[in-house]
Design a protein around this ligand. Sequence first.
Ligand SMILES: [Cu+2]
Length: 106
Amino acid sequence: MRTIALFACVIVAGFSVGAYAATEIVHQQGRAFSAESITVKKGEAVTFLNDDTVPHNIMSASKGNEFNLGSQAPGTSTDVSFKEAGDVQVICAIHPRMKMMVKVID
Ligand SMILES: [Cu+2]
C-alpha cells in the first residue's frame, strides 16, 4: 500500500513539472478526468487517453476550440490541439459529471 501511495506522488509531481511539456496527457479512469484543469500553449496538443473500462465521448462547445471526438473506446487515445487562447470547458457527452478545463495561453 505504501508503494502505491509513493508511486501516485511521483505521478502527481511529474504532472506539475511537465505543465508546459509539448504534449499533455489527460487520462479518463473511473468516469473522471485525471485533472480538473490544465494549462497549454496555443497550438499545443493534448492527448485524451481513455484508460477506463467504458467508452467516453469527449467534446467542447467553447468558442474557437470546438471539437467532438465521438465515442472513444477503452484503450484508445486522441490528440486535440487548441487554436484559440481562452478557457475551454471539456466535457464527456455520456457522463455529465465528467468536466475539466483546458486553459489555453498565447
Ligand atoms: Cu464519459
